[in-house]
Design a protein around this ligand. Structure first.
Ligand code: ADP
Length: 211
């Protein structure tokens, strides 16, 4: 199974992705996490991404496309994957189309989480507060100011993908403001419908979970 989770920051992509990973034995490919790891390790990619990320701006397409291309070639992604945070621009979506076509792979669904902006801002504030309460450092970009930049980037650069995938017939919308278990049920339903007859559900077969 190959899915894309589409939605603004704080929409719940990460939460749903983790659940789907456990349920279907596929891997979660989060470009945000891969980039944060690169920043933490001080790699050349991390050095290019660090300031842009801290400001809430997107990092260049060529950089993320290269990261994803490497990652989906790794063995643990053979059974399927969920892209979380990628693609984020139309050129990224076009690059993904080319990558998948070269490998003879298809997307099962693009799940768009529909949200209310005011509630989103509250969620992000809560995410930072919760991390602080657990004694973890909040993400450098989880501040109200960068949140506005991130939402702005989303609207300008990522929202056009809703149209992009609607035209291809792969887009499925879900109400991301519903309680987590309800969002989960809605996603499971549409995945089941999209996967019908394609035999893509390999639940339980994977020894290839992400660490
Ligand atoms: P969010 O909660 O904002 O969706 P992510 O963890 O997905 O956060 O991403 C954090 C940051 O990493 C983004 O604000 C951006 O700077 C960078 N980033 C992640 N994925 C991409 C991408 N596909 N293209 C460009 N930049 C990205």
């Amino acid at each position: 199974m190959r899915l894309i989770l589409l939605g603004p920051p704080g929409a719940g992509k990460g939460t749903q992705a983790q659940r789907l990973v456990a349920k279907h034995g596929i891997v979660q490919l989060s470009t945000g996490e891969m980039l944060r790891a690169a920043v933490a390790a001080g790699t050349p990619v991390g050095l290019r991404a660090k300031d842009l990320m801290a400001r809430g701006d997107l990092v260049p397409d060529d950089l993320v496309v290269a990261i994803v291309a490497d990652r989906i070639d790794q063995k643990d992604a053979n059974n399927g994957f969920i892209l979380d945070g990628f693609p984020r621009t139309v050129p990224q979506a076009e690059a993904l189309d080319r990558m998948l076509a070269e490998k003879g792979l298809q997307l099962d669904a693009v799940v768009a989480l529909k949200v209310d902006e005011k509630i989103l801002l509250d969620r992000i504030a809560k995410r930072s507060a919760d991390m602080l309460a657990r004694g973890e450092a909040p993400r450098a970009d989880d501040t109200p100011e960068t949140m506005m930049t991130r939402l702005h980037s989303y609207k300008r650069q990522t929202e056009p993908l809703v149209d992009y995938y609607s035209r291809r017939g792969t887009l499925k919308a879900v109400d991301g403001m519903a309680p987590i278990p309800e969002v989960a049920v809605a996603i499971d339903r549409l995945i089941a419908a999209a996967g019908n007859g394609r035999g893509t559900n390999r639940s339980g077969s994977g020894k290839s979970m992400m660490g």
